[in-house]
Design a protein around this ligand. Sequence first.
Ligand code: MG
Length: 302
Amino acid sequence: MRLCTVKVSGHPRVGLIEADRIRLLPAQAGDMVALITQGRAAIDRLAARGDLEAVPLVQTDLMAPIQRFGRDVLCTGWNYWDHFEESRGKRDGQDVDRPKAPTFFTKSPSTIVGPYGDIGLDGHISAKWDYEAEVALVIGKRCRSVSQAEALDCVFGYFLANDVSQRDLQRRHGGQWLKGKSIDRTMPIGPWIVTPDELDLPEAQLELRLNGQVMQSAFVKQMAFPIAELIAELSFGMTLEPGDVLITGTPSGIGNAREPQVFLKAGDEMVVSATGLGELRNRIVSANLHGTTDIPSMSEAL
Ligand code: MG
């Protein structure tokens, strides 16, 4: 099953993607998080109804599949060893040893943008805008301290994310990843949620193309800590709720680790794709995000 959030007459509606059309679930059934909370069986019952309105699948009407967040977006760092190694010596004195357990952090839900939405770039905010193709998941049932064997049963579905990051803001505020990962409307997600029964996720190939050139390419099975282990570790003593989103880390090929380095600029187009998950396609546009700040431009700090 592929579930999307689509704009219909200016309002978000949840729909089922079926070939070139979307069958809309009843508005009274609620938003994506409400449906996920009701569970797969309830969604299956709605999907079986013969009276659902259908609209054509028009990509530009697709919104981020999840619009409502009960907490920050949960994030994984360094989950492909080739990515960990490529950044060695390039962390501006913040290098660490190879971790023995997953690295977690969070970012603001205000980062969320649609699967085909423009991303505003302001050189005053950061001189080092970078991309990170990732597989994301949404939790389907409340869980705490689950075993690895139980962990994947807690996942409702999978989708794509591009964890666009500001490398200078990651360094500027100490050894943290919140600030350089939380600029408004910089993380596209989607294009829709795919349920696990439709995927052979370990064999999926995750890619990012920048202006048509492949910059990142890896199989999900190359993860340092598989998804079951991420959920077991993250839920260890900490309750995960239906609708919680976890992004699972990016493979090698980020712009900051390249020689010469590659940073995003206005006019660039990023396409993130993975087998069975569709693609995100986002353009970088100039924006004024700094308003009346008295903090000096990050570009002048270079
Ligand atoms: Mg990331």
